[in-house]
Design a protein around this ligand. Structure first.
Ligand code: AMP
Ligand code: GLY
Length: 421
């Protein structure tokens, strides 16, 4: 088979790395890819948002399967375009991707179908939102409705903080029209877990659990990022809890989408808070999580390509997923200044020597090639992912591998997996 992967981050590198192990695969392309992905795939210089050119490329190359990494092309309708043109593509349609594209949609469908989530109100009018905020107790959570690169959520400790962010979202429009509506919701306490599942709209096969670390600093302090590290599995997710989440979150959301005439085929990602009152949904995403995917795919025994094809062909009822018993830890190496401004183009050293580590995969996220050297080109630069017999061993291996990597201003959290060890 000839495969095309769309995207250029650590998630796409992990997908490419896993797909490259499939006996069904002859050739992998990735658009636009990165220098790490280039080790297992041919990178094609087409932007992930350029649906017309991607479609032309896939048709011309007779691609057997296209896999979409990021959310933007999904929401722009890449799956609809490919399916109309009779090309196999894995991911939800534009109508179904709204589960990630609009927090208002996601919250309303959860309320309508009894899926556990934080209590909330939606506002289009800033005056009404301000008035409501005055009656709320803190902490309180504000969410811009639309896509905001993972930065549209504010967990506010004081009323003043909430009022400031409300102004930013609705008046200053820092997220553009994504801030036309705002969700104000109850702040949940507990531990976070990501549960991904693959579905063809009928059968839902949950993945093993993963724990993301969104805050920039150790101890989950500071502003949120796209994710600074992950481990898998989460010790919180017992078999009973996994079953509970399947029955009360994953199955109901997929069936609700069908009833709303938005049939869902692809990865459904539930970001959950495990509260004293049980798991509650923080968000749904319409794609693989990043960095969770890096921590998950190194543990997956099954053939990913067969799972994608089963989803596309509506035959997931005949499929199953097997996992290795080992635990994984992925630590993201970021540019100094991220999630704010940061420098690009800084040379990275140690990428060759780190290959000597057993049970370590270094997934590239924000890297580029400059005069034959690999340099930084994004906020999240690399994901160092290690496997161990338990999380503590995986942690030790990941952090010792990191010691052999450097670039100017390299920053990473030191506590990924520490709570699970
Ligand atoms: P989201 O994009 O909705 O998952 O939000 C990003 C992050 O904000 C989550 O991973 C949580 O850390 C935090 N968050 C979102 N909603 C809530 C909530 N209702 N209570 C507490 N924290 C939240
Ligand atoms: N790691 C969070 C996300 O992929 O949205």
């Amino acid at each position: 088979m000839k495969i095309l992967i769309i995207g250029s981050g650590g998630r796409e590198h992990a997908i490419a790395w896993k797909i490259a192990q499939s006996p069904r695969v002859k050739k992998i392309f990735c658009a636009p890819g990165n220098p790490g992905i280039a080790e297992v795939a041919e990178c094609v210089d087409i932007d992930a948002d350029n649906i017309e050119d991607l479609f032309y490329f896939a048709s011309k190359q007779k691609i057997d399967l296209t896999v979409v990494g990021p959310e933007d092309p999904l929401l722009a309708g890449i799956v609809d375009k490919f399916k109309d043109g009779k090309l196999n593509i894995f991911g939800p349609s534009k109508r179904a991707s709204i589960i990630e594209g609009s927090k208002v949609f996601a919250k309303n469908i959860m309320r309508k179908h009894g899926i556990p989530t934080a209590d909330f109100r939606v506002f289009e009018d800033i005056k009404k939102a301000e008035k409501y905020l005055e009656k709320c107790s803190v902490p309180i959570v504000l969410k811009a409705d639309g896509l905001a690169k993972g930065k549209g959520v504010f967990v506010c400790k004081t009323l003043e903080e909430a009022q400031e962010h409300l102004q930013e979202i609705m008046v200053e429009k820092i997220f553009g029209s994504a801030g036309d509506k705002v969700v104000i919701e109850e702040c949940l306490q507990g531990e976070e877990v990501s549960i991904l599942a693959i579905t063809d709209g009928q059968t839902i096969i949950p993945f093993s659990s993963a724990r993301d670390h969104k805050a920039i600093y150790d101890g989950n302090k500071g502003p949120n990022t796209g994710g600074m590290g992950a481990y898998s599995p989460s010790p919180l997710i017992t078999n009973d809890l996994q079953l509970y989440i399947e029955e009360n979150v994953l199955v109901p959301i997929v069936h609700a989408m069908k009833r709303e005439n938005r049939p869902y085929n692809g990865i459904i990602y539930a970001g959950l808070m495990i509260t004293n009152a049980g798991p509650k949904v923080l968000e749904f995403n319409a794609r693989f999580g990043d960095p969770e995917t890096q921590a998950l795919l190194v543990r997956m025994k099954s053939d990913l390509v067969s799972l994608f094809m089963a989803a596309i062909n509506n035959s997931l009822d005949k499929a199953e997923i097997e996992w290795y018993d080992s635990h994984s830890v992925c630590v993201v190496l970021a540019s100094k200044g991220y999630p704010g401004r940061y420098k690009k183009g800084l040379p990275i050293s140690g990428l060759q020597s780190v290959k000597a580590f057993k049970n370590v995969q270094v997934f590239h996220a924000g890297t580029a090639k400059d005069n034959g050297n690999i340099v930084t080109s994004g906020g999240r630069v690399l994901g160092v992912t290690a496997l161990g017999k338990d999380v503590s061993e995986a942690r030790t291996i990941a952090y010792s591998a990191i010691n052999s990597l450097t670039f100017e201003g390299m920053y990473y959290r030191k506590d990924i997996g520490i709570n699970a060890s």
